[in-house]
Design a protein around this ligand. Sequence first.
Ligand code: ZN
Length: 163
Amino acid sequence: MFSKKFWQSPWVITIGGTIVASIGIDSITNIPLLTSIFKLLTINIELWVILILLSIYIIVKKYAKLDMTKETRLINSLKNHRNDKIDGYNYLFKLVHRYDDNVDVEQLSISCPECQTPMTLVNSYSNLTARCPRCSNEIYNLKSLEDTKKIIIDNLNRKNNHK
Ligand SMILES: [Zn+2]
């Protein structure tokens, strides 16, 4: 019927072998071989997915907890603080998180009481002067830049400690 060469070809051996094996397994388990392999793989994939998701969840939860340190709470609150009232003046600034985990106040200015334009701060001798670029309004004898920055950060810390 078929030549000797046909029966010895790798295709026939592989496919024939699989069919014979699956018939054997199917007759024992009553589940078609390919279906049972597929089911096994599916279960394994699902288990892996669950395990990976579970580990990600645990890691994220752990880091989220660690993340909520006093420092981070402060930094989070920084994002919402860009002005502060000191001595009746509305100070405008940008808060910067430094490498050493400290916070720095940058671009300090005062909102002009007359026209709300950010004023130019000029350090002269021992005190600070603010001048409005729009309406030329001037404010003298302000606290020094150094002191103002310290007060801004202290106000933030106080707010943060009361949370
Ligand atoms: Zn002004």
